[in-house]
Design a protein around this ligand. Structure first.
Ligand SMILES: NC(=O)c1ccc[n+]([C@@H]2O[C@H](COP(=O)([O-])OP(=O)(O)OC[C@H]3O[C@@H](n4cnc5c(N)ncnc54)[C@H](O)[C@@H]3O)[C@@H](O)[C@H]2O)c1
Length: 351
């Protein structure tokens, strides 16, 4: 199979889990790929994904080989695999709004000169730019989307900045004849998906939900960034997505809530659901889900990158709806989970 050449924007926890996952699964046969939803997708194995360029701003990562940078502080994701030298060096990008009030206390901006990002993308033959910037870095995300357009690369936006779901940006990718997917990646064991599935199951069984919330605490840099910059936007995206699971209005709150440093890259998600069933008798559910944040993105990222490669091969342009609804919390158009699954299934099996 041809390689899927990816440029990483942001070498944080999520990028670390992705690169470690490529090493972990790279030597395993299809049947040994435990923990992946799709060991093979469109004929592609995870080993077909290759990181060819990387950008960051932190002095502990810039100038280092990717295999070393992914373990540099403040990254705190669990060690999943030993990664050999990749011969891909992390370049410095412009800081723009990459740092928030809290994260500027933990990120050490590199003194290296800024790279010509578009040139690096071209020279490395990158075909997909994967945006893993902090969720508050809206301007920087837009800037890297611009570099993807200039360099003729597809764009995957894992962050909650609106790009694939923004009609103006989607049109720009359409005019450049390039695919774009986003926004805000869905996790493999995602609190939003779990919340929606529970609500849907209950409402299918005739339970009338009156109120529900889902809040979580995490210890990664991303949770710290959320504190001052993106709690509102993340909450709005998640709440809207969860509300769509119920066929009637209920009081719904869903979204990140706080940072607890000793959790490291762990995330604890709390679910509360209250409703009434037979003869108006009340019921309630009180649940906790514990996950490690960054590896939770790996399986979905593998699928999204392979699906975007298929979109490139089919010369698709603009927002690729089946990939957006399958892999992201804020696609251009929200759909029921079953419809999204069906669309994606058709997309990856079509010739
Ligand atoms: N499970 C998941 O990890 C998951 C799920 C859904 C969405 N996401 C999204 O993925 C993104 C990355 O998450 P993360 O946990 O890896 O975050 P992180 O904070 O660990 O990593 C962000 C990286 O970007 C770098 N950076 C900051 N400004 C930059 C700039 N201007 N140019 C280049 N690099 C810059 C930082 O130094 C850091 O290395 C976030 O937007 C998050 O919301 C992650």
């Amino acid at each position: 199979m041809p390689k899927i050449k990816v440029a990483l924007v942001g070498v944080g926890n999520c990028a670390s889990a992705l690169v470690q996952g490529l090493q972990y699964y790279g030597t395993r046969s299809k049947d040994e790929c435990v923990g992946l939803r799709n060991p093979l997708l469109g004929g592609f194995h995870p080993k077909d994904i290759e990181v060819v360029a990387a950008f960051d701003i932190d002095g502990r990562k810039v100038g280092k080989d990717v295999s070393e940078a992914i373990f540099a502080e403040p990254n705190n994701v669990t060690r999943l695999a030993d990664v050999p030298l990749s011969n891909v060096v992390v370049h410095k990008g412009p800081v723009l709004d990459g740092l928030g009030e809290y994260t500027k206390r933990v990120v050490q901006v590199s003194g290296h000169p800024e790279a010509n990002v578009a040139l690096v993308l071209k020279e490395s033959n990158a075909e997909i730019v994967l945006n893993l910037l902090p969720s508050g870095a809206v301007n920087a995300s837009h800037w890297y989307a611009e570099q993807a357009l200039i360099s003729g690369c597809a764009f995957v936006n894992a962050t909650p900045s609106f790009i694939a779901s923004d009609a103006g940006w989607a049109q720009r990718f359409e005019m450049a004849e390039l695919p774009v997917v986003g926004d805000d990646l869905i996790d493999q064991v995602g609190s939003t998906t779990l919340h929606k599935t529970l609500l849907r199951l209950l409402s299918l069984n005739g339970v009338h939900i009156t109120e529900t919330y889902q809040l979580d605490v995490g210890g990664g840099t991303e949770s710290l960034d959320t504190l001052d910059r993106t709690r509102d936007v993340k909450r709005a995206v998640k709440t809207k997505s969860v509300e769509a699971a119920l066929p009637y209005a209920a009081a719904v709150v869903a979204g990140s809530t706080d940072y607890v440093d000793f959790l490291q890259n762990r995330r604890d998600s709390y679910f509360w659901i209250r409703g009434v069933h037979f003869c108006n008798v009340p019921m309630q559910i009180d649940l906790k889900l514990s996950t490690v944040d960054a590896p939770n993105a790996g399986s979905v990222l593998f699928d999204v990158l392979r699906a975007v490669k298929m979109a490139l091969e089919r010369k698709l342009k603009g927002a690729v709806e089946p990939v957006c609804v399958y892999g992201f919390k804020h696609p251009p158009h929200l759909m029921a989970l079953e419809t999204a699954e069906k669309l994606f299934g058709q997309f990856v099996t079509e010739e």
